[in-house]
Design a protein. Sequence first.
Length: 274
Amino acid sequence: MTERDANSRLEDDGASYMMSVSDIMSGLLFVFVITLMAFVLNFQQAQREAQAEQDSLREEQESLRALVSAYSGIEDLRERMLRELERALEAQEIQVTVDYDQGVLRLDERAIEFETGSASLGDRARENAAVIADVLVDVVPCYTQLSAEEAAGRGCDSQTLGTLEAVFIEGHTDNVPMIRQGVDQNWELSANRAIRAYRQFEDVSPRLTELINRDDQRVFSVAGYGASRPLPGRDYDVPTADAQNRRIDLRFIMEPPKTDDPEVIEALRGRGAE
């Protein structure tokens, strides 16, 4: 092979090598472009999904804010009602304790006194119960479902009508055991106290126990808790005849705000499970 032929072959080999490198680089560039395009498309899709999720969360937050605002409004109405009751009872020299957070009007021994182991109302307790019934029937109806005529006659605020769902007359005992046939009867005793208070209210103001809520259900009901719910600071390790634990609580439950939004309902369920 001549030197010329050798040089020509080298040139051909070099040209082939350069073409191979060029082909590889073109292939790599093509793969890079395809990969980049796929990344951009995926990134844009992720952006759209993230934006949609943000929009959904924003709508849910707005719905929850509206619901919280509605709940706050209901709580404000309950506090308004309790303050009306408290002022009216104080004007009649009936001493009560009000727990605004729990919606409870507490009738301890200063208002309705029970002897240990008894559900009977003495003369003073009956007199106080009569005054309490009069105050309740003066204030509470404007928060229940009334006819237009009765609401107008009472001068009720339209904002308050139908906002009260239930009033539980709750009976309580001290923790002194009431054993009969081997069974502690404090639970039955507390229920009897609640029933006795209910009957006294009914005798004085029959209209009170006929009040209904938005679902046409009676508002007033009774419950007995025995010694299971002592007052704060009055939970004893030994039997103690504490007159303050022998009491009647009136617990006011307001109508919850209504919503048909499934996202709001699901969100509330999620919060409740936390």
